[in-house]
Design a protein around this ligand. Structure first.
Ligand SMILES: [Zn+2]
Length: 487
């Protein structure tokens, strides 16, 4: 039972794990690297395994960092099945088409710039993939995974279970002659969001565990709600626009539902809410379609014909001309737009119009990586570069951490508890965070190891001395603390 990780090993992005089980090769997730040029350069590397020799691909959920390299896999020769749940298939279509559009738009933009600077066209790298590649990848999807129902995939018995992270998200139990393995995918925060909690796993010999927030505890949900509503009331007093940058999947639907609840109960005054993200609007459609998957409160509302994602004052903005017109709207209003880290998308022109005004409020409900535009604002930058201009940061900035869709340390330990004595292999975490989690695992009597980037490991073997692969130098991040954000 071997694992080789070509993404989300010693980092939190680009999830791609090649599993060899009973002599079969199964790829778990095929995600895009995101966050900065250095990371994103890895998307252009050749796959260092025989793509056509894979027996199957399984997707745990539809986030871009778990599905975004699928069109590349197909471009480079994969023709086999790609298994996932039905909601994951539906969301993957939205996510991958949007990704292709961004790739092509980015290419055209870079090409125009290169021509203006007198450089030849071939100095601009072509888009990673285009819409046609996405359609070829979507044609391979087999949305046959259903929670709790075992299925034979490449000779291996695979049972998907509810991961509680985003709509359709699953973790996988794989049972072969060699043993029982759990692949966690991304696990949900049991305190927040629209998803019911992850189901508790069965006994297993080994688990490949995400560890994004393995050294932290999230703020409790009632505190998060109180913090969010206080930030909104404070923002209304400021009198200006309220900007909420948000990820299109799960976070936007959670925020819409929360806004509706707070406005209906009178806790927050009614004001116009502009949803300025066509991708988020499309994703919200899938939340309707698969409403039975959501928490009882939302499911019941949907069944009684209500729209739990529609505050009474919601305006869905479609075209970019409509998006521009919002800036001429007078008086307080909430603008919910992508992308979540403010590195692109329509939020950018709203920031350009409003970030320099002292009456504006910026409410941050999503993870901000340190190098992103949002990360610089959170770090207290006086000015930021936006659409080619320096813009002063005069807006009030509120950061609300508890909306994270990822498990924290308590969630991860609760997830491990029913498995018995599994060998725990850590992925999808920063080195310092995983290093901090190893002693926590040891205190539970569990052998923990950090999965090395790209190197093969025997999941049922002895692991590494001290749990860290050769050459590992990171020091443990301080444990504890309440965290902001996180996807
Ligand atoms: Zn995810």
């Amino acid at each position: 039972m071997n694992l080789q990780s070509f993404g989300a090993a010693q980092t939190v992005t680009g999830s791609m794990h090649l599993l060899t089980l009973d002599g079969r090769q199964v790829l778990i997730d095929c995600g895009l690297f995101q966050g900065g040029d250095e990371m994103e350069a890895r998307n252009r590397e050749e796959f260092s395994f025989d793509v056509a020799g894979l027996d199957a691909v399984i997707l745990t959920h539809a986030h871009l960092d778990h599905v975004g390299r699928l069109p590349l896999l197909v471009q480079r020769g994969y023709r086999g099945p790609v298994y996932c749940t039905a909601p994951t298939a539906a969301l993957a279509e939205t996510v991958l088409l949007d990704s292709a559009r961004l790739q092509v738009d980015g290419y055209r933009h870079d090409l125009r710039r290169a021509r203006r600077q007198g450089h030849p066209d071939d100095t601009v790298p072509p888009p990673l993939y285009e819409e046609a590649d996405v359609h070829r990848a979507l044609a391979l999807l087999r949305p046959s995974l259903s929670f709790g129902e075992p299925q034979r995939i490449a000779g291996v018995r695979v049972t998907p279970h509810r991961a509680g992270h985003i709509l359709g998200s699953a973790y996988l139990l794989l049972e072969g002659r060699e043993g029982r393995l759990i692949m966690s995918g991304d696990l949900g925060n049991r305190e927040s969001g629209l998803q019911p909690d992850f189901t508790l796993p069965p006994q297993a010999d080994a688990v490949v565990l995400e560890s994004t927030y393995a050294n932290r505890t999230h703020r409790a949900w009632p505190e998060t709600l109180a913090e969010f509503s206080a930030a909104l009331r404070d923002s209304v007093r400021q009198g200006g626009k309220i900007l909420i940058p948000s990820f299109a999947i799960e976070r936007t639907q959670t925020i819409l539902h929360t806004l509706k609840t707070l406005m209906d109960s009178g806790e927050v005054p009614r004001m116009p809410v502009f949803l300025d993200s066509p991708m988020a609007a499309r994703a919200t459609h899938e939340y309707f379609e698969y409403g039975d998957e959501l928490i009882p409160e939302v499911r019941d509302a949907l069944q009684s014909g209500e729209d739990p994602f529609r505050p009474n004052t919601l305006h869905v903005v479609n075209t970019s001309a409509e998006s521009q017109r919002i800036n001429r709207y007078d008086g307080p209003a909430i603008i919910l737009a992508g992308n979540g880290m403010m590195t692109g998308g329509r939020i950018q022109h709203h920031l350009k119009h409003h970030l320099w005004k002292p009456g504006t409020s910026l409410i941050i409900v999503s993870y901000q990586s340190p190098g992103s535009l949002g990360g610089r604002i959170v770090a207290g930058a006086d000015t930021v570069r936006l659409m080619g201009e320096e813009v002063a940061v005069r807006a009030q900035v509120h950061t609300i951490g508890g909306f994270s869709a990822h498990a924290d340390q308590d969630d991860l330990l609760a997830f491990l508890a029913p498995m018995g004595q599994p060998h725990v292999w850590l992925v999808h975490g920063e080195d310092e965070v995983m290093a901090a989690f190893l002693p926590v695992l040891a205190a539970q009597g569990l052998k923990g190891d950090i999965v090395p980037d790209r190197n093969n490991v025997d999941l049922l073997g002895a692991g590494f001395p001290g749990g860290t692969p050769p050459g590992f130098t990171a020091t443990p991040a301080p444990a504890g603390g309440v965290v902001a954000g996180g996807e």
